[in-house]
Design a protein around this ligand. Structure first.
Ligand code: PLP
Length: 286
């Protein structure tokens, strides 16, 4: 009954972890057979995540984060605050989990909570008319908007494609918290077109797995570098360094949670085989 917090582990996740562990090795190396397996399997995990959420790899990249959705939302908030300091307003929907509200609070930020629609078929979703009015009221000042695809409290889903379209018309970037949507409905970033999409591996039947941030590469490029370290640079001198020109390397420094990422990808692949349309249809059956 507590599966919104963390569902039980899928057998696929457990089988994948058992299959991968005998070949456990660090990545970015082709020195021995296990290193080749780890490196290729992690690259496959990155690709599988993008495919599962409908993100074009030419436009988006996937990053495995430390502490679930929370690490991803904090990273986006830090990056966008540093990149666009002249935009001092952030819109946050009124249905957010702490993970997609608290990271956006900052002494230099005016945080505006978006009202929810009170009536009709859209009751409990972000009020689009109110959002439009707020975009006009804070014209030119809004850095980004943070919103959940599906609420962890009510289960209500937001009209993400419409929200992104309206926000982008006002040069507002969009961060979508997908923690409660990825395993319940098809995730269609190709149609929704947010700038950032975050979710937690542990909410996708995969214990010991990382969080995920899917990010628009063109926006990432405009952010000051954050988590620097091994793997994210092409060259390093005593006084300078050159960031990697390829993704996800540029954003994925340090040794990631390799086994967890591969296990998560195997579960996403299984969900894809089941068909997220079928999952959504079954969940909405009366
Ligand atoms: C909608 C939503 N966002 C974010 C989170 C936080 O996830 P995590 O603890 O993996 O960062 C949760 C967890 O309940 C959630 O339901």
């Amino acid at each position: 009954m507590d599966s919104a917090a963390s569902p039980l582990a899928a057998k696929t996740a457990m089988d994948t972890i058992q299959a991968v562990l005998p070949h456990y090795s660090n990545t970015h190396s082709y020195v021995h057979q296990s290193a080749k397996i780890s490196t290729q399997a992690l690259a496959w995990a990155h690709d599988t995540v993008l495919e599962f959420v409908g993100a074009d790899p030419a436009v988006f990249t996937s990053i495995f984060t430390g502490a679930g959705t929370t690490a991803a939302t904090n990273r986006v908030a830090r990056g966008l605050r540093a990149a666009r300091p002249e935009k001092d307003v952030v819109f946050v929907s009124s249905m957010e989990h702490h993970a997609n509200d608290l990271p956006h609070r900052h002494p230099k930020v005016t945080l505006v909570h978006l009202p929810l629609s009170g009536t009709g078929a859209h009751a409990g979703t972000t009020d689009m008319a109110a959002l439009e009015a707020l975009c006009d009221e804070y014209k030119g000042r809004v850095n980004y908007l943070a919103v959940s695809a599906v609420s962890n409290v009510t289960g209500v889903s937001n009209p993400i494609a419409e929200i992104c379209q309206l926000a982008h018309q006002h040069q507002i970037l969009v961060l979508v918290d997908g923690a409660q949507c990825v395993t319940h409905m098809p995730t269609e970033l190709d149609q929704w077109q947010p700038d950032f999409f975050a979710f937690s591996g542990h909410k996708a039947y995969t214990p010991c797995s990382p969080g995920v941030l899917v990010a628009r590469k063109s926006v990432l490029q405009s952010l000051p570098e954050q988590d620097l370290g091994g793997g994210s640079v092409d060259t390093v001198g005593y006084f300078d360094y050159q960031l990697s020109s390829s993704y996800p390397e540029r954003e994925q420094s340090g040794t990631p949670n390799i086994v967890g990422a591969i296990a998560l990808a195997s579960v996403l692949q299984e969900l894809k085989t089941v068909g997220m349309d079928n999952v959504a249809a079954k969940e909405s059956r009366k």
